[in-house]
Design a binder for this molecule. Structure first.
Ligand SMILES: CC(C)(COP(=O)(O)OP(=O)(O)OC[C@H]1O[C@@H](n2cnc3c(N)ncnc32)[C@H](O)[C@@H]1OP(=O)(O)O)[C@@H](O)C(=O)NCCC(=O)NCCS
Length: 366
């Protein structure tokens, strides 16, 4: 390697080759604090559809990757580039290299006419500067088990062993269909979720739902429900009854995550009062604008896109009216799905709320 200090033009951004996998794992494991090299290797082989890195003299220093998903947008599933594995060697951070790697990943997905891209950020401002916006809110409920109301019938939930988890899949498919911007889970994602090293999973199955909880960490006596899917009122109410029965030797509180408070609030306020934390969830943005407008399936007015990464184009329409905007690629998703529950003054009627029949909620982590 060169002995003089590297300048930005010395770095080359290009697809990562399999021969660099060990080096990529060095960067990921240090950056994410997760050291299982075999799991990283499996992640690279099976999950990452694109991996692009910045190199200094053939030495890999930063990485960004894409996993291809299908995401619900209104009434249809559309392709979505899920950004993951974003990390940089500490010696080469703060040089704009990750931004370049991410832009190169998005350019590749743009060439394939992928309409959307999404990610779970470590920092919201960081990805906001790359055109993404928050597009869903997640409510974390923490409640005393004995305070839960006695509704529903717990016996309708039956224990399911993890070597036979197939029945969860069709319920998951129905469940995600009830939300906008939810992500379809493939077999590999199921396996990865259920074999997570930090979890010891206990599953209960209902005709209209399932509950997955983690019993590995009992130290703070809080039962961690990491996924609860229900597709009818019974699935929800019977689940409340089941959680209420977990007032036992190990647990006296339960924590779960939902995308809509209404079913919980309809039960009235339990005593003691639950702690409800609202957190920003996933970030999303338009990628290929024309493909995105096609997926909307409706006539929309022309609009300008101001993309800080310079990847997504404005929508010209048939040129019979002046374009509106400019909007960032993330603001367009917020506008069409009515993320703010009100029309921002700058957003025209023709764009506002056009796929907003369902609230936005994504449970899929990647
Ligand atoms: C986050 C991380 C990938 C950033 O890498 P990097 O090479 O320093 O990023 P870049 O230099 O391309 O930064 C792009 C922009 O973000 C800013 N930025 C960099 N690190 C940041 C941080 N930790 N917090 C907020 N902003 C940051 C930079 O100033 C730059 O802004 P600018 O283009 O407006 O000047 C790196 O710090 C890392 O590997 N962290 C640990 C793993 C991680 O958190 N990954 C993200 C998972 S979503």
């Amino acid at each position: 390697m060169n002995s003089t200090k590297a300048v930005i033009s010395d770095y080359v951004v290009r697809p990562i080759e399999s021969s660099d996998l060990n080096r990529a794992i060095d960067i990921w494991s240090l950056s994410f604090g997760f050291m299982d090299r075999d799991r990283w290797s499996m992640f690279y082989d099976s999950f990452l559809d694109t991996a692009i890195g910045a190199y200094l003299d053939d030495y890999l220093v930063s990485v960004a990757g894409i996993t291809n998903f299908q995401m619900w947008l209104g009434e249809q599933l559309v392709p979505c580039a899920g950004v993951s594995a974003v990390a940089a060697d500490p010696a080469h951070r703060r040089r704009g290299l990750v931004r370049k790697c991410l832009a190169a990943c998005l350019e590749e997905s743009h060439r394939k006419r992928v309409p959307l891209t999404a990610l779970w950020p470590f920092s919201y401002p960081f990805y906001r500067r790359m055109g993404y916006e928050v597009t869903d809110l997640q409510y974390i409920i923490e409640v005393a088990v004995h305070g839960l109301p006695d509704v529903g019938d717990a016996t309708r939930y039956r224990r399911l062993h993890m070597d036979h988890y197939e029945p969860l899949k069709p319920i998951h498919e129905q469940w995600i269909k009830q939300s906008n911007l939810s992500i379809k889970r493939g077999d590999l994602q199921w396996r990865r979720l259920l074999s997570h090293p930090e979890r010891q999973i206990c599953a209960f199955l209902h005709d209209d739902g399932y509950i997955l909880w983690n019993i590995k960490d009992r130290a703070n006596r809080t039962l961690d429900v990491f996924e609860w899917a229900w597709v009818s009122d019974a699935g929800f109410l019977d689940g409340i009854a089941l959680l209420k029965r977990m007032d036992d030797l190990n647990f006296d509180r339960v924590r779960f995550r939902i995308g809509d408070l209404a079913p919980l609030l309809a039960l009235g306020v339990p005593e003691p009062v639950p702690a409800i934390t609202v957190k920003p969830g996933m970030m999303t943005r338009v990628l290929h604008t024309e493909a995105f407008v096609e997926a909307l399936g409706k006539k929309v007015p022309p609009f300008l896109i101001d993309d800080p990464l310079g990847v997504s184009e404005s929508y010209k329409g048939n040129g019979d009216s002046e374009p509106l905007g400019p909007f960032t690629p993330g603001e367009v998703i917020q506008a069409v799905t009515d993320f703010h529950n009100r029309k921002p003054a700058s957003v025209p009627e023709g764009l506002y709320k056009i796929v907003a029949g369902r609230h936005n909620f994504t449970s899929e982590f990647f």
